[in-house]
Design a protein around this ligand. Structure first.
Ligand code: ADP
Ligand code: MG
Length: 200
């Protein structure tokens, strides 16, 4: 029997150091195993120790937070109407979603390289490889574990998703940009100078 896990992480007053941690990049291809085997796709980001020096210093495990994606106009979800938990930042800009992510080695598949994989808590109608993604990592959920079978792994990830949703659904943990919270998430939706130039 699995040990019951708390569904809320962190104090209701808000984040604690060293969070939030930032990371950004374009979604790359992984081994193509996450979604196909488990029904839980993970968008992989390249890990560059120069851009994210903090990643070398934190423990491997499952984390949660906010993600933003800049889906191209050709993506089917770019034109979807806003649903709960999803915020339209700008017609062509970044949209914000809750996420869970794994950092480090993936014990279940005996991976040996450092990885950053994000499961976005939203149902998408198409892949988004190559798309810009930004992350605000808000806290640590649990260490990586070995599982007797895939079902046990999926069950634990479902709890992780629940933990993320419930933990982020508090005023001090939700973003101003989603209209529900007080935390500053402007970095997630900010247009860079380069992007502005591209529009002109
Ligand atoms: P890979 O090994 O290439 O990362 P996955 O099986 O993990 O393959 O699938 C990840 C891809 O699925 C992402 O790069 C993204 O394009 C797509 N995807 C669709 N829905 C989601 C989602 N909710 N969260 C993360 N990725 C998603
Ligand atoms: Mg993946």
């Amino acid at each position: 029997m699995a040990v019951p896990r708390p569904r809320i992480i962190g104090p209701s007053t808000g984040l604690e150091k060293p969070y939030p941690l930032q990371m950004e990049g374009r979604v790359i291809r992984g081994f193509g195993r996450g979604s196909r085997d488990l029904g839980i796709p993970t968008a992989n980001l390249p890990v560059d120790d120069h851009l994210t020096p903090w990643i070398a210093g934190i423990k491997s495990g499952v984390y949660f937070g906010w993600a933003s994606l800049r889906l191209p106009s050709s993506h089917p979800n770019q034109h979807a109407t806003t649903s709960s938990g999803t915020t339209m930042a700008k017609a062509m800009g970044f949209r914000i979603y809750p996420m869970v992510m794994s950092i480090g080695r993936n014990n279940f598949y005996n991976n040996t390289t450092r990885s950053a994989e994000v499961h976005v808590l939203h149902k998408f109608d198409a892949d988004f490889y190559g798309v810009e993604m930004r992350l605000l990592v808000m806290g640590f959920i649990r260490e990586m574990k070995d599982y007797p079978n895939v079902e046990a792994l999926i069950e634990d990830i479902e709890v992780d998703c629940d933990v993320a949703r419930q933990s982020l659904d508090r005023e001090a943990w939700a973003l101003r940009e989603t209209g529900k919270g007080t935390l500053d998430g402007s970095w997630l939706v900010r247009e860079t100078a380069e992007q502005n130039r591209a529009v002109v």
